[in-house]
Design a protein around this ligand. Structure first.
Ligand SMILES: Cc1ncc(COP(=O)(O)O)c(C=O)c1O
Length: 380
């Protein structure tokens, strides 16, 4: 337990709620989930599922109809064929990550991951008595590991490389060539490639490449949380190589029994055209927000070296203002009523000079946030 860190931003969020309870206004740019509620077609399907009495367990790997629907989605959206039997429905990407790491990691094994990166990953590895190894990434490689780095870090102790595209906290993507090279390196070393595609769909230029188009021998994690706007339903999925599915099934039975049944029935409607149209209009709104916030922050003096093409985050170098991003975020909250996430939540690679802005709030709120930031920076 000593190595497992809390989300430091939770302390800031709790403080923000306290300030709000005392009547202060806070602009939230720290929250890692869409501000939109789940679209109505999915809510209606959830209500119907309850009324129809779908309140029992499903198979541990999930409803067959949902596995098939997800396979169809891969075919439609990416032109990639995925056997439904390789798709395991999970309680969020969180559970998918735990399942895949649990089948791959033995005590002492290393798992390579980008630093900065999604904070829970290293803790999942610690839980398995494995060793997370952060690959320090910089703006020069769009905050993604490069194939030469992965080669350099891959020793006989490494079991897997875990990457995310688009990434949290940087919003940057991995191209097809990098994914191919990562897969080739992992295969040559007898290890595995895990790709977290949870922010797929929330991409503002060309569609992101799914690693499933590269090989059947990769693990892909995804979720209904972000693009589909269903964080609270706790539903995600894992696509695994065929040979691992029965072990994953066995683990899922033991760890979770099954993903939430009502959520699974509701998610059957998530791929309908009516729902996708709503999600696509939200995606356009996220893009508008990014296109406003990015230049506005740069103008204030934050250095954002790479234009993030996905997710809803801007990862900014704040060294012009501070070398202690946690105190900076805390002061910004107390004095200006703007909540952001300090770099420390994402690893050990220069966290003190970086912060993450999430554009999971309306354009008007972002504009107000920028006004407050500007006034704050003038004062300090
Ligand atoms: C990169 C990444 N992976 C996984 C998750 C977990 O998401 P969930 O369990 O809601 O699907 C998150 C949540 O923020 C994330 O940012």
């Amino acid at each position: 337990m000593q190595v497992i860190q809390p989300f430091h931003v939770m302390a800031l969020l709790a403080r923000a709620r306290e300030l709000e309870a005392a009547g202060r206004s806070v602009i939230h740019m720290e929250i890692g989930e869409p501000d939109f509620v789940t679209p109505q077609p999915v809510i209606d399907a959830g209500i119907r599922a309850l009324q129809d009495g779908y309140t029992h367990y499903t198979p541990a790997v999930g409803l067959q109809a949902l596995r098939e629907r997800i396979a169809e989605f891969y075919q439609q959206r990416y032109d990639v064929a995925v056997e439904p039997r390789r798709i395991v429905i999970t309680p969020g990407a969180s559970a998918a990550l735990q399942l895949v790491l649990a089948v791959l990691v033995n005590p002492g094994d290393q798992v390579l991951m980008a630093d900065p990166g999604y904070p829970c990953n290293r803790n999942f590895v610690y839980l398995l008595n494995g060793r997370p190894v952060g690959i320090p990434v910089t703006a020069a490689s769009a905050y993604q590991p490069t194939p030469p780095q992965v080669r350099e870090y891959w020793t006989s102790e490494v079991a897997a490389l875990l990457v995310a595209s688009p990434s949290n906290p940087t919003g940057t993507l991995l191209g097809e060539n990098s994914l191919r090279e990562f897969h080739a390196i992992a295969a040559a070393q007898g290890g595995s490639l895990i790709v977290d595609e949870i922010y797929h769909g929330l991409v503002y230029g060309e569609q992101a490449t799914t690693a499933l188009g590269i090989s059947d021998d990769v693990f892909v994690v995804n979720s209904f949380s972000k693009y589909f706007g269903m964080t609270g339903w706790r539903l995600g999925w894992l696509v695994a190589p065929d040979a691992y599915v029965s072990d994953i099934d066995k683990l899922a039975q033991n760890l979770f029994l099954a993903a939430p049944t009502i959520a699974q029935h509701a998610a059957l409607r998530a791929f309908d055209e009516e729902n996708i149209n709503i999600l696509e209009s939200r995606r356009r709104e996220f893009r508008q927000r990014r296109d406003y916030l990015l230049p506005a922050l740069r103008e204030l003096g934050f250095d954002i070296a790479v234009i993030p093409e996905g997710a809803f985050y801007l990862y900014a170098n704040c060294s012009r203002f501070t070398d202690d991003s946690y105190s900076f975020a805390s002061q910004l909250l107390e004095e200006a009523g703007v909540a952001i996430t300090p770099g420390i939540d994402f690893g050990n690679n220069q966290p003190e000079t970086h912060v993450r802005f999430a554009y999971t709030t309306s354009l008007e709120n972002l504009q107000e946030g920028i006004r407050r930031l500007q006034a704050f920076l003038q004062r300090c």
